[in-house]
Design a protein around this ligand. Sequence first.
Ligand SMILES: *Cc1c(COP(=O)(O)O)cnc(C)c1O
Length: 469
Amino acid sequence: MNNRLYGNLIFELSQEGRSGYSLPKNRFGSYEIPASMRRKEDAALPECDEMTVVRHYTNLSANNFGVDNGFYPLGSCTMKYNPKINEEVAALPQFAGLHPLQPAETVHGAEEVCKQLCKSLCELTGLYAFTLKPFAGAHGELTGLMVIKKYHESRGDEARRLVIVPDSAHGTNPASAAVCGLDIVEVKSLSDGTVDVEALKELLARHGSEIAAMMMTNPNTLGLFEKQIPEIEKLVHAAGGLMYYDGANLNPMLGAARPGDMGFDVMHINLHKTFSTPHGGGGPGAGPVGVRKGLEPFFPEVSPYHGNFAVAMRALAYILSLGRENIKLVGPLATLNANYIKESLKDVYELPIDGLCKHEFVFDGLKDKSTGVTTMDVAKRLLDYGYHAPTIYFPLLFHESLMIEPTENESKETIDGFIDVMRKIAEEAKTNPDEVKSAPHLTPIGRVDDVLAAKHPIVTYKQLQNDTN
Ligand SMILES: *Cc1c(COP(=O)(O)O)cnc(C)c1O
């Protein structure tokens, strides 16, 4: 990549009068667009030849990093490999070319896709019915909570407005409850990272008749299986609340256990996490919501038409191409890969909660804190070695969180390569800490000032010019 040669912005390459095409004189004379419909001035578009345009954008695209370039162990986001057959299936013109307002009798194929996907999701989760309408996990949470709210209202139980959320929950959980007009009460975690059942009992004793639901993420955001679910489920149900399963971490459960069998009433699934679909840069996604029998009449209308249909197509392609036998390997392999990395690195990185994890786990920075090298520095240094950084500074339970999720897709060689580099960085932190603290050195853009970038983002060309002049 040579940004000097091909420019940071296409506008910097513009030459007045340059054009990307040449056409011969035509035989038909000219047609004048009426003056009232024409611009007063020319649009401020860059003027470039075709080669310049192609090289500019091709080189820019090579600056991007994705699962197709390299290892992407971004915990909590599940950057899973998206088999290329999914893309082909989703792009089939018979599906991609459908219009949402087409007559129903012309879209039986698409309806069958939705029906089959819902059926598969029911089977995988042990729930009774799914809606594919929500556009993302957070949207699914809102949808699921709307179902729960309507359920209580349908029974005249209007007082149930409290949602219990563990302190380890993803920020979207309390946010969704708030958007749904419900109140949030937090339940603490034990030092082993799982829900404190005694604290929950106290909470239920105080607020029992106000509890609408308890939201649980399982495995939770620390990658730990919540072993007390059978007891928690009984307690919450006995108090009259419903159990909500945040299924963003469903990956390691595939083939191992089903939320429906654990006593959950409502859940969402992040199709873009558990069932592939590339979603870097914030989209696209889908957050289908599943419910126990009897709750399906309460599904609200949360999107026009049928949600993100192309994401549903990819999910169904993923499920069908794995098949019943192989989908059972997804959870165990994701779990094996995460535990292998954890055990291979825990002598040099601080492991605050030891023991078996599921698909992901959290380090609390380097073990040797005397070097001054932070989790941020480790993450930046990984870029020099060609790896995407893990999730950092989340969850908030630790100061130097470094959250690693390899997924089930990676080969042993890839994972070993990552482990080697993580060990190398731990060594560099001792022998050459400045090299790590000033990383990255080999990326097109070096260490940026995060605070300045967040507080004073330069997002327009004009501003960039003014600032650099
Ligand atoms: C990703 C995630 C969400 C939110 O899902 P989006 O699709 O990003 O809206 C909710 N809960 C957990 C545990 C997650 O990891």
